[in-house]
Design a protein. Structure first.
Length: 575
């Protein structure tokens, strides 16, 4: 049982649980599950999904996993399916549950790692459907460094409301309209009933679809696999192909760290900026890089954002949804436009065994569409997401400017020490146009958990003040956030960052053109406030969120919770 044709089990992790007399007890367990001697002799492939019944994002993943397993079997492997958690942001949003969201990214990566390690699987196909599950699954692939293929579960189909396509963000914004009397109870009920008509992740260029584009750009996903909406049968075909592909990778031993390099990370950042993607990519790309031992911080991401043209007219800044991108050719069309414009490293290897340029060689950007623009005629010359720095954010901050007309803002600070207080004030209209709302103590450590603020930002936009009121936070924003909303302000308040030293009425100056975020007080005054500052206790003094707060690092470096590949003494894939 040492080998099976082209696969030599004596060189694979699964030899520890399937080969030789000492593995007799392990094989007994496999026989108990109906496995044959031939199946035990084959490579074992973990098929990991974030399937659950929490939200539509994940509901189709079990179906797709069965197709992956068919692909693995047809190519001479033995698939072993398992699941891990997700926390779905659309349901966790606007209350204390959101503190669990970013923490779940680490739990997803950790739990998949432990399952793979404990059972000595030789390869991994990871299926993910919601915001944190995509980066979590990609992070663990790089961490384990066994042959791996990532597969997105697919986007939701758009809803229809008053003859227009709508997404879940329109429902969040409808709450703001309802608070001002612009929308009545019946209209709110109607839009909530039609906005989400199928399985799949939120349909705009929010975090899930942003990271799905990243999966193709970075090379961990098959070309075109990120595009098809969740209900489409073509998604099952991609799942089968993913199962076949991981077996080729096991044969050739092409691994995630061969694929995820500095250049492929730069490609991923380009795609985020060009598509007007989620600011959360500024958190997730450094975290993926960390698993490979590559230093790729928010500064590096934002540097690329600034020099990348914005060419994809996708919601929330634009007018199209993920299905529209799929119908004109999917992510390969976006990648080809960027490659033709000279913005991508075409020589990066991918899970196909070919380079990015080779994968795109036969792709033609259709001219009879206005979803993706050529880089020579972009929607704007600067990426849809930009970084900011200044005396209020020495470690940086990030803002999505896609679709915005105004890129500078100056106003007095309104201070809130948690999101609920700010949301309440917004819904009661207890602010003035020109104010800069500050939500602090919501960073990775201070929250803990670095909550998203979509309920608050969408309420502002629904009230019609999305660009006449600014909001800054050491927390995060949803990929669906639009308007003058600045997140990831670092250092965070919990560790004495300047955002924690602000006082009511301080003048805050934002300039997205210049990339600056400052408060108009002297360094002497800032130092005096720093000396008087005292840390603030949070209410999570036990459990998983407490544990997270003990180890999490700054947002600038991805809010990671362990030393990463730079400190490792062994790699799982080499055991």
């Amino acid at each position: 049982m040492a080998s099976n044709g082209k696969f030599d089990k004596s060189k694979l992790p699964s030899r520890h649980v399937s080969v030789g007399p000492q593995s007799a007890p392990h094989r007994a367990f496999y026989y108990a599950m109906g496995m044959t001697e031939a199946e035990i002799a084959q490579p074992f492939v973990g098929v990991a999904t974030t399937w659950n019944e929490a939200a539509p994002c994940n509901i189709a993943l079990m179906r797709q996993a069965q197709s992956v397993k068919k692909g693995v079997k047809s190519a001479g492997g033995t698939p072993r399916e398992f699941t891990t958690i997700t926390v779905t942001d659309g349901i966790a949003m606007g209350h204390q549950g959101m503190k669990a969201s970013l923490v779940s990214r680490e739990v997803i990566a950790d739990s998949v790692e432990l399952t793979m390690r404990g059972h000595c699987y030789d390869g991994l196909v990871g299926l993910a459907g919601c915001d944190k599950s995509l980066p979590g699954m990609m992070m663990v692939m790089v961490r384990l460094n066994v042959p791996s293929v990532f597969l997105y579960g697919g986007s939701i189909l758009p809803g229809r409301f008053r003859k227009k396509d709508v997404t879940i963000v329109d429902v969040f914004e409808a709450v703001g309209q309802h608070s001002t009397g612009k929308m009545n109870d019946a209209d709110l009920k109607e839009i909530e009933s039609v906005a989400c008509p199928s399985a799949g992740a939120c349909g705009g260029q929010f975090t899930a679809n942003t990271m799905a584009c990243v999966s193709e750009a970075i090379g961990l996903a098959l070309p075109g696999s990120a595009g098809a909406p969740a209900p489409y049968e073509s998604r099952d075909a991609y799942a089968t192909l993913a199962g076949e592909a991981v077996m080729r990778l096991i044969e050739t031993q092409l691994r995630p760290r061969d694929i995820v390099t500095r250049k492929s990370l730069e490609n991923a950042a380009v795609v985020v900026a060009a598509s007007g993607g989620s600011t959360n990519a500024g958190l997730h790309l450094p975290a993926i890089a960390h698993e490979a031992g590559i230093v790729f911080t928010l500064d590096d991401v934002c540097e690329i954002f600034r020099r990348t043209p914005y060419i994809a007219d996708l919601k929330p800044g634009g007018k199209y949804v993920a299905r529209d991108l799929y119908e004109v050719g999917g992510v390969p069309i976006l990648l080809k436009a960027l490659l033709d414009g000279g913005y991508l490293h075409g020589d990066c290897i991918t899970v196909t065994g070919k380079t990015l340029a080779e994968n795109l060689a036969d792709v033609v950007v259709p001219e009879d569409q206005d979803v993706i623009y050529p880089t020579s005629r972009p929607l704007s010359k600067t990426g849809g997401v930009v970084g900011l720095k200044g005396n209020l954010a020495p470690d940086g901050a990030i803002v999505k400017i896609a679709g915005m007309k105004r890129l500078d803002f100056t106003g007095p600070a309104r201070i809130f020490d948690r999101e609920e207080d700010c949301l309440r004030a917004v819904l009661r209209r207890e602010y003035k146009e020109g104010d800069v709302l500050v939500i602090r103590n919501e960073g990775p450590r201070g929250g803990p958990g670095m909550r998203e603020m979509l309920s608050t930002t969408a309420a502002l936009y629904g009230q019609g003040v999305g660009e006449s009121v600014a909001l800054i936070t050491d927390g995060r924003f949803s990929g669906g956030t639009r308007g003058f909303c600045i997140g990831h302000v670092g250092p965070e308040a919990a560790i004495g960052g300047p955002i924690g030293l602000l006082k009511e009425g301080d003048t805050i100056r934002i300039d997205a053109n210049a990339g600056t975020l400052d408060v108009e007080i002297s360094e002497e005054e800032m130092e005096a406030r720093r000396k008087a500052w005292k840390p603030r206790d949070h209410e999570f003094q036990s459990g998983a969120i407490w544990r997270y707060a003990q180890t999490v690092g700054p947002a600038q470096n991805g809010a990671v919770t362990h030393p990463g590949a730079a400190k490792e003494s062994h790699v799982y894939g080499d055991i």
